[in-house]
Design a protein around this ligand. Sequence first.
Ligand SMILES: *Cc1c(COP(=O)(O)O)cnc(C)c1O
Length: 415
Amino acid sequence: MTRKGQTTRLVHADRFINQPNSGAVHSPTSNSVLFEFTDVQDLVDVFQGKQMGHVYSRSSSPSTAALQNMVCDLEGGVGAVTFSTGMAAISALFLSLVRQGDHLIVSRYLFGNTRSFFENLSNFGVEISWVDVTDVRSVEQAVRQDTRAVFAETIANPVTQVADLSAIGRLCASKKLLFIIDTTMTPGVLFDAQKVNASLTVASLTKYYAGHGNVLGGVIVDTGCYDWTHFPHIAEMYKGADEKQWGLTQIRKKGLRDLGGTLSPHAAHQIAVGMETMSIRLQRSCDNALRLATYLHGHPNVKQVFYPGLADHPQHFLARETFGGMYGGIFSIDLDENVDCFAFLNALKLVINATHLGDTRTLALPVAHTIYFENGPEERAAMGISDNLIRFSVGIEDIDDIVADFEQAFHIIGA
Ligand SMILES: *Cc1c(COP(=O)(O)O)cnc(C)c1O
């Protein structure tokens, strides 16, 4: 049988993959923290990794396992581990794999909280080189003997730089480096992480996966592309027969079990339901974003639009190649200096002033005053973030209504 289309597979994922009993189309939400074993030898075998099973729900449960199976199928990997938030996944990933004295190459264009996490990690003796991931040469120049990993996002926000993932992937393969990509902006529906030789992907499930602004979650997927025998920090006890599982085993133990950022069973169910419609939501958000960005591009009150879907974006062709002809649902605009940014935002009625992205609703955020407030004016200037920069996460509303909202807002402020 030919492999079914992406939307079909997502809608039926729980049935096809997890096959819940009694004709249920959803995996049951299992609330038990503990799991009984009638033969204690089985309990011991699960503890010792000789047998699959659940012993305590901080480490795993039937509910998180069901979601992990679905994410893994979509992303096409050898395994997935879920977490309570995207940040829990990112922090657990690095805290379980790197050590004092290691060197990491990290994108200069990063989600603010991730950047803050890496800054803190450097206080623990991990050295970070911040590089321009749109240019593989800057990554190459940063590689050292003690480099353990390269980390980048697919499309960065707010200014939408697109990393040259294929070239970085080739570089990492030749140097046997772990290549970790945050795919939050471009889930598996848009982006094939194996094609660019990613080793691990990490994503916030809060965003496009869940999609409705009502639940938090995160995930790490192992693509199967990396040979873990080259990684020096896998503990002997986690080196099982299947080398492909070494990395995730250590992440499950040192990252999830010991740090405790576990996804709750109810949240896992909500994310699984959201995921069923992800491909059509994402397609619609991308279409709407392109339409809205095109409308704003050249608008007299807009100085610049940052969207990879526009032909004047520096990585337009790279984005088209990498994300199957789609360009994501996020873009930013720089309003003219003589336009009052806050007055404009307050005049929007349909569009919601809120931080968050990947939602069904269109959201707007003044970047400098909020998510980049902690960076201070000098760093913001260096990052190209002006006081009039607004980030939009475009939802799935009817595009004419979104554009009409912008038109009336420009009208109200007399622009
Ligand atoms: C939101 C986000 C995160 C963090 O996810 P949470 O679920 O909010 O913890 C990480 N990376 C990117 C790119 C994000 O947009």
